[in-house]
Design a protein around this ligand. Structure first.
Ligand SMILES: *Cc1c(COP(=O)(O)O)cnc(C)c1O
Length: 379
């Protein structure tokens, strides 16, 4: 197998930037000229454009996705000890803010096919102290929101969607309506970390809601609890999206659907090559959501994952493990309530998943090179 000239990356931000360089450079220069680095007009414009794109009443930009989750939870008047249910198989930020606020993370297992939170397990975990559910739209596909919203309604719970990996994905409700990820629950939270589907060139995040009162509250919390200049009604945080990042995001938002198509094209290529392979299970597409492929994640069956990654690395192909350790087995989240074996699906996934390069700039030559190497090792 001849190596190919182009360096293969998990995410190729450089090639993507090259395509929009003139616009991005001009937009950054414009902010420099105006020196409105914080709360400049770009932030307001981006907010409005994202509200239109998502079909949501309020977007509140903030400093990063972790802050978005924290601020969302601060806005819901939760009390220490209140229980928040979330998935065991997720990025740590989801559970981290729950712990940080003195709330109690209650972990539940996920579905092996879609990697999404198991709604039956949520129902079993509900107690009189449960206040909210945090579904994570993992890897770019929505969790089963109809069922989650029905459960939330029945038990009078808030729903905070962690859509850091699924901005732009659509949920298809049983009633025939379509809604964008993050606009279905009480509050939606996203991240604009550079490698996310809508990534800026630094840190950024946003909170979405259709509730006017909550939106007002969230704005105040994100700005030092300040309700009017130098009037502080509550203890808040300082969490802002800066003008340069907003200017970049405005340009990239126009391409977001094209980016999702490019990701889907790469995913279809992988799917086709790996279809029916006895050792490789391709990602399952849920009937209730489209997929924006933040990650393309295979489940390995009878393959030495470490050896596979070493083999791919020898061919200059990166492959990552999202995520290697379930939350309930992480030192920071160890809890007498949980032990090894409690979340068998997550534990199995953590031991068997591997994510292949996935971004907007993958061409057929690169995909062929990657898939040939995987097939060669897994034969
Ligand atoms: C990236 C990510 C976050 C955190 O976003 P940051 O902007 O890095 O703080 C939260 N949840 C999930 C699922 C993520 O993937």
């Amino acid at each position: 197998m001849e190596k190919i000239a182009k360096k293969i990356q998990m995410v190729d931000l450089k090639s993507q930037y090259e395509k929009i360089k003139p616009e991005v450079d001009a937009a950054i220069q414009n902010v420099l000229n105006n020196t409105a680095f914080i709360n400049g007009p770009e932030v307001k414009e981006f907010q409005k454009e994202l509200e239109t794109y998502l079909g949501v009443k309020h977007v509140i930009p903030c400093a990063n996705g972790t802050d978005a989750l924290q601020i969302a939870m601060m806005a819901l008047d939760l009390k220490p000890g209140d229980e928040i249910i979330t998935a065991d198989f997720t990025y740590v930020a989801t559970a981290e803010v729950i712990g940080l606020l003195g709330l109690k993370p209650v972990l539940v297992d996920v579905i092996p096919d879609t990697f999404d939170i198991d709604v039956t397990a949520i129902e079993k975990a509900i107690t009189p102290k449960t206040k909210a559910i945090v579904p994570v739209h993992l890897f770019g596909q929505c969790a089963d929101m109809d069922k989650i919203m029905a459960l939330a309604k029945k038990h009078n719970l808030y729903v905070i969607e962690d859509t850091a990996q699924a901005i732009g994905a659509e949920y298809f409700s049983a009633d025939g309506t379509k809604k964008k990820a993050g606009t279905i629950g009480t509050i939606g939270c996203t991240s604009f970390f550079p490698s996310k589907n809508l990534g800026c060139y630094g840190d950024g995040g946003a909170i979405f809601t259709n509730d006017d009162n909550l939106a007002a509250k969230i704005r105040i919390i994100a700005n030092h609890g300040q309700s009017a200049q130098y009037i502080h009604d509550s203890i808040g945080v300082n969490s802002r999206l800066d003008s340069i990042q907003a200017a970049i995001l405005r340009i990239k938002l126009r391409d977001l659907d094209n980016y999702a198509s490019a990701r889907n094209k790469a995913a279809s290529f992988y799917d086709k090559v790996f279809a029916n392979h006895p050792k490789l299970k391709t990602p399952v597409r849920a009937s209730y959501s489209n997929h924006v492929f933040h990650q393309y994640t295979l489940q390995l069956n009878g393959v030495d994952r470490t050896a596979l990654r070493e083999y791919l690395a020898s061919k200059d192909i990166p492959a990552m493990i999202y995520y290697p350790i379930p939350l309930h087995l992480q030192k920071a989240y160890l809890d007498p309530r949980y032990k090894e074996g409690d979340f068998p699906v997550t534990e199995k996934l953590c031991a068997s998943v591997v994510s292949l390069p996935m971004h907007t700039e993958l061409d057929e030559e690169t995909l062929t090179y990657i898939t040939n190497a995987v097939l060669e090792f897994c034969k």
